[in-house]
Design a protein around this ligand. Structure first.
Ligand code: AMP
Ligand code: MG
Length: 413
């Protein structure tokens, strides 16, 4: 695969930097649209508009504890109170709390008129059916949640762009939204290519392997707010690949991702297939390891990203180049993976012209500093290595050799 690359690119143009490639992929990427969906299907989705509370919470002064609604001025250690009724969550006490009176109350119940505090039941003794004794005093306002403590009707409780997770989804529901406006999930068509590939669970022939990249990429797309249009496995023919690209376009894909066939071997036919379908390539080959043969182009409004087939290359390129695009189209910020700083756990050599994303172990050093140690074998075919890695150590083009303990940058996996 690398052997004839010199022959095919005699001019030896400098490779495009990763950041420029990422910027070109992202250029003009806007959220792809909006939908109204039921709140019970909205987990993980992104709000397309500010959400305003449709009611006040709590809607009334509510008890925060189980105990007795009282007038604080009546209550001191040893005071006897007359129990006149009960207020439970969902069932208020209709009357008033008068001097010397107490109403049995439970958490979430409206505080009855006349009462200005809740005496917790731990600070009482039951004297009889309708008499109690306080064992301590209580301050006015104690154990009462005022109406609107949480939020008020008309208040903006969630901003446009918020992703609905377990917390924010609960807030949207509490604010009484049965349906919510969300960003449409960008549709990402995923195509594996290669005569050697069979789907997981099939019986591979003697020279075949199990295709795995498409599943990893699909999971990455979903985790970053996209939906997946599976295009299956194309054989290594221009016609098969081109036919499936056409299918993706018909299926209104926002992004088409091809896996494999991106290099310069005789059976790497993705570029030819894309050309047949009318894709204008913006770039092909970038200064990235793993991931040099990445290609990118557009077909009308559809972005087409060709990733190398080596599984680690697919995954690293997916994380660095595809996930940010999916996030931008889904309206999720920030789009770029977080780059953190730490120190090296082992020496590294001077880097060459490509930015390197080395599979590494991550440990916690003195003062909590992350210690990043590249694993010894960096072969881009090794799925077990990236699965076990905790981080990708980033090495810039031409970055000098560095010793253990030197500062470094990494992406946590
Ligand atoms: P290619 O980019 O097509 O030359 O593929 C490079 C290497 O990755 C080859 O060893 C392929 O067998 C392997 N490969 C390509 N596509 C996949 C895939 N979808 N899943 C697993 N391995 C793949
Ligand atoms: Mg191939």
């Amino acid at each position: 695969m690398a052997s004839d690359s010199a022959a095919k690119s005699p001019a030896r143009k400098p490779l495009m930097p990763v950041d420029e490639a990422a910027a070109r992929i992202l250029a003009g990427a806007e959220p792809v649209g909006e939908d109204w969906i039921a709140i019970d299907e909205a987990a993980g989705r992104v709000l397309a508009a500010d959400l305003v509370a449709r009611r006040t919470q709590p809607p009334f002064d509510a008890s925060a504890m189980d105990g007795y609604a009282v007038r604080a001025a009546d209550v001191a250690a040893g005071a006897h109170l007359r129990r006149t009724g009960e207020a439970a969550a969902g069932r208020r006490f209709a009357g008033e709390v008068g001097p010397g009176e107490a109403v049995r109350i439970f958490t979430g119940a409206p505080v009855p008129a006349g009462a200005d505090a809740v005496l917790i039941q731990e600070n009482t003794r039951v004297l009889g059916e309708d008499a109690i004794e306080a064992t301590e005093g209580v301050k006015p306002g104690a154990n009462i949640r005022r109406a609107g403590l949480d939020f008020r009707a008309g208040e903006t409780v969630l901003a446009m762009g918020t992703r609905l997770d377990f917390r924010t989804l609960s807030l949207a529901a509490a604010a009484n939204h049965a349906t919510v406006p969300v960003r449409r999930r960008p549709k990402v068509a995923v195509l594996s290519t290669g005569d050697e590939l069979v789907p997981p669970g099939a019986e591979p022939g003697p020279d075949q392997i199990v295709a795995s990249n498409h599943l990893g990429i699909a999971a990455l797309v979903a985790a970053n707010g996209g939906s997946v249009l599976p295009l299956g496995i194309a054989g290594d023919t221009v016609a098969d690949i081109a036919g499936r690209i056409a299918q993706a376009v018909e299926g209104d894909a926002d992004v088409i991702v091809t896996l494999g066939g991106a290099s310069v071997g005789d059976h790497d036919l993705v570029a030819a297939a894309l050309a047949r379908e009318g894709v204008a390539l913006d770039f092909w080959k970038i200064a990235m390891r793993p991931g040099k043969p990445v290609m990118f182009g557009r077909l009308g409004g559809t972005r087409v990203l060709g990733l190398p087939g080596n599984p680690v290359s697919s995954m690293v390129c997916g994380l660095v180049l595809l996930a940010p695009l999916v996030r931008a189209l889904a309206g999720i910020a920030p789009v770029a993976p977080l780059v953190e700083t730490g120190i090296l756990g082992a020496p590294v050599r001077q880097n060459d012209v490509r930015r390197d994303y080395m599979r590494a172990r991550i440990a916690t050093g003195a003062g909590g500093t992350p210690v990043i140690t590249p694993i010894p074998v960096q072969d881009s075919s090794m799925i077990s290595a990236i699965a076990a890695a905790g981080a990708l150590l980033i090495r810039e083009p031409h970055e000098a050799a560095a010793d253990a303990g030197a500062p470094c940058r990494f992406i946590r996996l």
